[in-house]
Design a protein around this ligand. Structure first.
Ligand code: GLA
Length: 353
């Protein structure tokens, strides 16, 4: 069972990345940076509806090293504990009149997009928004702001409640030694992700417009019910998930503050069921993993996390139950699961060379 790589242990990754950079490009890297992975505890498909999300940054992450070459190209190499080998790319530096444009390999579009859109002004929210713009325009994914915000604002020992309308953030302590967050990778990724996400986003906009609201953040369940007959059944269901999930996320953040893990766990399960039945972004593998986790004594709650159609589940449980939960899930799951027991960690940063 994989153990998460802690942030200080990004150092061996950095050393490996620097060596690989020299071998690949024939020169030393002149800059290095670290970006954490993230997991969302609750608040799914709410960010692009102006709602709340509650993610945390992980100890796992990616190291990036790079250098400009004499011939006007930029060389970039990235590596993580998860990658079999480093990924590398070289592309012409942007110049006046010839900006960067997306291309192959696809992962590098995230890097190029950030080079194109990011201007250092010291403001973390502006940094996150520039990264979101990069994802929209270079990776073609109309994502919300959750990933970029938690990546730049993550803090050790804390989850982050993000108000995706006002962009205000509140750090919620998550340091109880008796509590664990277990991430389970289903190791499946259904191809629906790309097409279904923009469709969900459009359906939410349609529902908000029909309710006369700027976004579903402004709508209440009573207003939705009153308009049910005017909305198609599918659009109604999508909106019911979002409105319910926004309320659940606020309640869950409070429960975490109060160390009321039972309530938090119940809200996680409600979130999963709503994503499965109303938002229809789960899949049999994620449902299986959640069901197996909930059979384990000491588990407070479990749900799919992220966009859906594969990827990971997140489970909140007593620290003492972590070992048996992994064994049980492994036994019950029809596929091959990978586990990460992680703690909330710090955000993206430049690494000194
Ligand atoms: C993806 C997007 C996020 C968010 C989640 C669903 O991860 O990148 O912005 O919308 O899906 O909560």
């Amino acid at each position: 069972m994989a153990e998460a790589v802690s942030e200080p242990r990004s150092l061996p990754l950095l050393a490996a990345a620097r060596r690989a950079h020299e071998a690949a490009f024939g020169g030393a890297a002149v800059l290095a940076a670290w970006a954490p992975a993230r997991v969302n505890l609750i608040g799914e498909h709410t960010d692009y509806n102006g709602g709340f999300v509650l993610p945390m940054a992980l100890q796992l992450g990616t190291v990036l090293v790079g250098s400009p070459a004499q011939d006007g190209t930029i060389s970039i190499l990235t590596t993580s504990a998860e990658a079999d080998e480093p990924h590398r790319v070289q592309f012409p530096a942007p110049r006046q009149g010839s900006p960067l444009s997306p291309g192959q390999p696809r992962w590098a579009n995230y890097v190029k997009g950030v080079i194109q859109h990011y201007r250092d002004d010291g403001d973390l929210a502006a940094k996150a928004l520039a990264c979101q713009k990069a994802e929209h325009t270079f990776a073609g994914m109309p994502c919300g702001i959750m990933d970029q915000f938690i990546s730049v604002m993550g803090k050790e020992g804390h989850a982050l409640l993000i108000d995706c309308r006002s962009l205000e953030t509140v750090l919620v302590p998550l340091t109880d030694a008796n509590l664990a967050v277990l991430i389970t990778n289903s190791n499946v990724r259904h191809t629906l992700t790309g097409s279904e996400y923009p469709t969900r986003r459009r359906q939410c906009e349609e529902a908000a417009a029909a309710l006369g609201k700027a976004s579903l953040r402004d709508a209440t369940m009573a207003e939705l019910e009153a308009s049910r007959s005017r909305l198609g059944e599918e659009v109604y269901q999508r909106a019911r998930h979002v409105i319910g999930e926004i309320a659940r996320t606020v309640q869950a953040a409070q429960a975490l503050q109060d160390r009321d893990y039972k309530t938090f766990g119940r809200l996680m399960v409600e979130s999963h069921n709503s994503l499965r039945d109303d938002y229809e972004v789960s899949c049999p593998e994620l449902d299986e993993l959640v069901a197996a986790a909930l059979e384990v004594d000491g588990v407070y709650g479990s749900r799919m996390t992220g966009g859906g159609f594969g990827g990971c589940t997140v489970t909140l449980l007593e620290a003492g139950a972590a070992e048996r939960a992994q064994h049980h899930i492994k036994e019950k799951y029809s596929g091959t699961a990978t586990f990460y027991l992680t703690k909330p960690s710090g955000g993206a940063k430049v690494l000194p060379l």
